[in-house]
Design a protein. Structure first.
Length: 277
């Protein structure tokens, strides 16, 4: 049996994931790995019952050991499953999908369409390509109601609190028009995605020092990339196109930095004062 210290605190990222879960939820943790999050939720009384699910037998076996050590076999069930395949509608009203890339997160959501009508909350923390996850959610009518960013071991992680939407998706309603007039494909794409796709709706207004630090590091990377691409544009049309895209990203990045700093300047808290230095 794999021994698990029962008083071991969660890492920063997993603690934030757990904190996002609604009180009293029936939870399914997809890609549970060692089962740390379901254990934390049940021990804290935030979830009366949880399903710890993983596609890999090894990690699931270790999760089972940890659950047995905690004496929570009656409240936490382990289940071998590829994504949501073995989860039935009504078994969980909160689903956690964390610890995997954006493309895999999207695949799990898309293949789990049978759960869309009964799940009340999705807690998502993709390790990469968060912008693709946001786009998928908006296209299929989900509502992102909260986002937070944490820094752990030199890597930035975004956690999203997602709720069922109206089912119409972003391409319905006001986002498709500008002043009541139909938009062309290029203008529509820029309006729909742009800053909103890459930086979300909540992080820019959060005044988060972690998010601001992420923006500054991204700005440096984008500037370096612009310099490299500028040297290639004379001999490559592809480099020229990519340079324009990178310059647009740099513009959005700086606009969002201004927004974050503006919110901090207006907040008057100590975090705001630290950001000004």
């Amino acid at each position: 049996m794999h021994v698990f210290p029962l008083n071991r605190p969660l890492c920063t990222r997993l603690q934030m994931v757990a904190d996002f879960v609604r009180d009293g939820a029936a939870v399914a943790d997809i890609g549970t790995d060692h089962g740390y999050v379901p254990l934390e939720l049940v021990r804290r009384g935030m979830a009366g019952h949880a399903l710890a699910m993983d596609v890999r037998p090894g990690p699931l076996s270790r999760a089972r050991d940890h659950i047995a050590q905690a004496g929570l076999e009656n409240q936490i069930e382990t289940r071998l499953s590829d994504g949501l395949a073995k989860l039935s509608a009504g078994e969980a009203d909160t689903v956690i999908i964390s610890g995997m890339g954006g493309e895999l997160t999207i695949r799990i959501l898309a293949e789990g369409v049978h759960m869309w009508k009964t799940v009340r909350q999705w807690v998502l923390s993709p390790h990469s390509e968060v912008f693709k996850v946001r786009r998928f959610l908006w296209e299929y009518g989900f509502s992102i109601v909260r986002e937070e960013m944490v820094l752990e071991d030199g890597k930035y992680y975004t956690i999203l609190d997602v709720r069922p939407g109206n089912g119409e998706g972003i391409r319905k309603g006001e986002d498709e028009t500008a002043g009541g007039k139909a938009m062309g494909p290029e203008a529509e794409a820029e309006s729909l995605w742009g800053k909103r796709e890459y930086y979300g709706e909540f992080l820019p207004s959060s005044g988060s020092p972690v998010f601001f630090q992420y923006l500054k590091e991204e700005e440096r990377r984008l500037l370096e990339l612009c310099g490299m691409l500028e040297a290639q544009t004379e001999h490559s049309l592809r480099a020229g196109k990519r340079l324009k895209e990178t310059e647009q990203r740099l513009l959005w990045n700086r606009e969002v930095q201004d927004e974050v700093q503006g919110n901090h300047w207006g907040s008057g808290d100590t975090g705001a004062q630290a950001m000004r230095l």
